[in-house]
Design a protein around this ligand. Structure first.
Ligand code: TRP
Length: 333
């Protein structure tokens, strides 16, 4: 908490390939949070380098991620939008927190175990301390709530443990954050395996619809979506493919499941899939147009990065120097 207002912080990896799952499940909610909280959304380029990155791609994706978030409705006047590496306090606080985080705790993180299996040739210390940098992101802003997906919940729990441990030694140092799982956000499933979550890193490009896919691609992907052998548009647990398409259609048109069932009564999957594809493409068109506009003006994006970093630094500096003082670092003003 800073002053009266509760703080909401989330980090996003600089990957331009956001999916309609990210959009409907998370980003759309992010915009609403700014009504209630002081919101910080940070493009976490320092986290990204825990696995090897091509520099040109990382640079481009950093711009793209910021632009995409703005195109999806995050207003930079109402949210602090910035890039992690431009606020040096993130890395500095991470070092301090490293000294309050146990080797055993980090060894138990499931994401570390998964990623070190996947990148066996590059199990670097950064991959290991990734959750400490994430804790620094969060604690730097005295954050109250952290909107995350289920895969990041363990990292937020660790952040809470670190904060509580430090607060026992240095009372009132950090606000202890709560993870916030989106309630209204819909879970969008893979088009190829509808019992699996849609993931931007899916190897099968047909399983995933990206926010930036063009209309033909979107329609083609929905055409190939896995359904079932009935020919009935009905929302049901034993029809995961059709139900997922209904969820997507519902999110983009605002129609509820009853209305959708009535609309497609007696019609086949072909018609239904085409309608879902068109609704998706039409809803994404303004986002894509706005994205193109934003990307065409690099100078304006850079100005936003600078302004966002300045805003974030103001809060980050306060927390960092408070902690340095408590630790016994000499402070000369
Ligand atoms: N680790 C998060 C992810 O991969 C990204 C992230 C970095 C983050 N710092 C954060 C999320 C702080 C929430 C809060 O999705």
């Amino acid at each position: 908490m800073f002053g009266e207002q509760k703080v909401c912080f989330s980090g996003v990896q600089p990957s331009g390939n956001l999916t309609i799952g990210n959009y409907l499940g998370a980003i759309k909610n992010f915009a609403e949070y700014s009504e209630k909280y002081k919101t910080f959304y940070c493009v976490v380029d320092e986290h990204a380098i825990t696995v090897r990155q091509n520099p040109a791609d990382l640079r481009r994706r950093t711009y793209e991620t910021l632009a995409l978030y703005m195109a999806c409705g995050l207003d930079p006047e109402k949210n602090t939008l910035y890039v992690q590496s431009m606020v040096h306090e993130h890395a500095e606080l991470a070092w301090l927190l490293n000294c309050f985080t146990m080797f055993g705790e980090l060894s138990r993180m499931t994401q570390f175990k998964d990623k070190s299996a996947k990148h066996a040739d590059n199990i670097n210390a950064g991959l290991f301390t990734y959750p400490v940098l994430m804790a620094a992101d969060i604690l730097l802003f005295q954050t109250d709530v952290v909107p995350v997906g289920i895969d990041q919940k363990q990292h937020v729990e660790l952040c809470r443990d670190i904060a509580n441990r430090i607060n026992q030694i240095y009372p009132d140092m950090f606000t202890v954050p709560e993870p916030m799982m989106a309630k209204s956000g819909k879970k969008i499933m893979s088009l190829a395996e509808p019992t699996k979550k849609m993931s931007k890193s899916d190897e099968n490009a047909n399983a995933v619809v990206y926010i930036l896919d063009d209309k033909d691609t979107i329609i083609r992907k929905f055409k190939r979506a896995v359904t079932d052998s009935e020919a009935e548009i009905r929302f049901s647990e034993d029809k995961p493919g059709v139900s997922n398409l209904m969820t997507i259609y519902s999110c983009f048109t605002g129609k509820n499941y009853d209305e959708i069932e009535r609309e497609f009564a007696g019609k086949g999957y072909g018609d239904f899939k085409l309608a879902v594809g068109e609704a998706t493409a039409d809803s994404l068109a303004p986002v894509q147009a706005r994205f193109a506009e934003l990307m065409a003006d690099k100078a304006a994006l850079e100005a936003q990065m600078k302004r966002g970093a300045e805003e974030a630094s103001y809060y980050a500096r306060r927390t960092l120097s408070k902690f340095q003082k408590k630790l016994g670092f000499v402070q000369i003003r």
